[in-house]
Design a protein around this ligand. Structure first.
Ligand code: F6P
Ligand code: MN
Length: 318
């Protein structure tokens, strides 16, 4: 197994709060994913946040039709303080040429095999290690939540057909990045903060756990909108979160639950990936809020906010 090195701290554990620093438990969780899945004959290969390059199924195991892509422990800056973290996964079909070939003639999986738009995912979901352990899963026919019964060691279907409410009064964003936000994001957040007397005409609540999978679960349970938008903080990073194992699986869950996931400009699941560890701006949650944020991105930057004809609740807006 190849593990990240270089810019990543050694995996002996770290008390750094930076969610990007590889922790001992990130490495352990990655290893558990591999050990629990590679022998079963379903997978042709795997890719994960914790491995620089695709993982090859060991020679003694049969290979299958699917590729597993995962973030073994999301929100890992929360580990040291015993707060909620989770595992995110996405299942893709492996290339047809590999499926049709006998095991001994199959080539290794390569990065390009994983560069499939989110709309091609055959399954996605996450496990959440909160007050109770849950598995939330979609295979393209809605989203279903299972809760671990620790006495039986079984996941029970406790939340069938989960739905994200279309409207919300709750948003999640790391406000310490406000000075780096682009104008449409600034506008959206300013309008939420303006509350009842502002253009939205209602008060908003704000939450930030710094564990995207936990925020996604809260939004699935009671609505809300999450933003980790592209910003100007670091020109080498077009967004913070990763397309293949964070944005796409959570995007599929949201869309399957009647919510929406977007880059801010277009549906997340339409994005053609260009690299395994690609970062992207991510907005997801209650459909009407995500559509509003997309609208703000599509509209020309407002210079006439003082003009009541163009205000949010004027004749010129729906
Ligand atoms: O995987 C990255 C991650 O840990 C997400 O789970 C979370 O939303 C984000 O980073 C937190 O970022 P920040 O440290 O900027 O709040
Ligand atoms: Mn993560």
């Amino acid at each position: 197994m190849q593990l990240k090195c270089g810019t990543y701290a050694h995996p002996e554990g770290s008390d750094a709060q930076d969610a990007e620093t590889q922790k001992k438990r990130d490495v352990l969780a990655n290893d558990v994913f591999i050990r629990r899945t590679e022998w079963a004959g379903h997978l042709a290969g795997m890719a994960s946040e914790e491995m620089d390059t695709p993982y090859q199924i060991a020679g003694q195991h049969p290979r299958g039709k699917y590729l597993l892509v995962f973030d073994p422990l999301d929100g890992s800056s929360n580990i040291d303080v015993n707060m909620t973290v989770g595992s995110i996964f996405s299942v893709l079909r492996s290339p047809k040429e590999l499926e049709d070939m006998p095991r001994e003639q199959q080539r290794d999986v390569v990065e390009a095999d994983f560069l499939q738009a989110g709309s091609t995912q055959v399954a996605a979901g996450y496990a959440l290690y909160g007050p109770s352990t849950m598995l939330v899963l979609t295979v393209g026919t809605g989203v279903h939540g299972f809760t671990l019964d620790p006495t039986l060691g079984e996941f029970m279907l406790t939340h069938p057909a989960m739905q994200v409410p279309a409207d919300t009064q709750e948003f999640a964003i790391n406000a310490s990045n406000a000075r780096f936000w682009e104008a449409p994001v600034k506008r959206y957040v300013d309008e939420c903060l303006a509350g009842k007397p502002g253009p939205r005409g209602k008060d908003f609540n704000m939450r930030w756990i710094a564990s995207m999978v936990a925020e996604a679960h809260r939004i699935l349970m009671r609505g809300g909108v999450f933003l980790y938008p592209r910003d100007t903080k670091d020109a080498s990073k077009p967004g913070r979160l990763r397309l293949l194992y964070e944005a796409n699986p959570i995007g599929m869950v949201m869309e399957q639950a009647g919510g929406r996931a977007s880059t801010g400009e277009k549906p997340m699941l339409d994005v053609q990936p260009s690299s395994l560890h690609q970062r992207i701006g991510l907005v997801f949650g209650s459909r009407n809020e995500v559509e509003r944020i997309e609208r703000y991105h599509a509209e020309p930057v407002q210079t006439n906010l003082h003009n009541p004809l163009f205000a949010e609740r004027s004749l010129f807006r729906d």
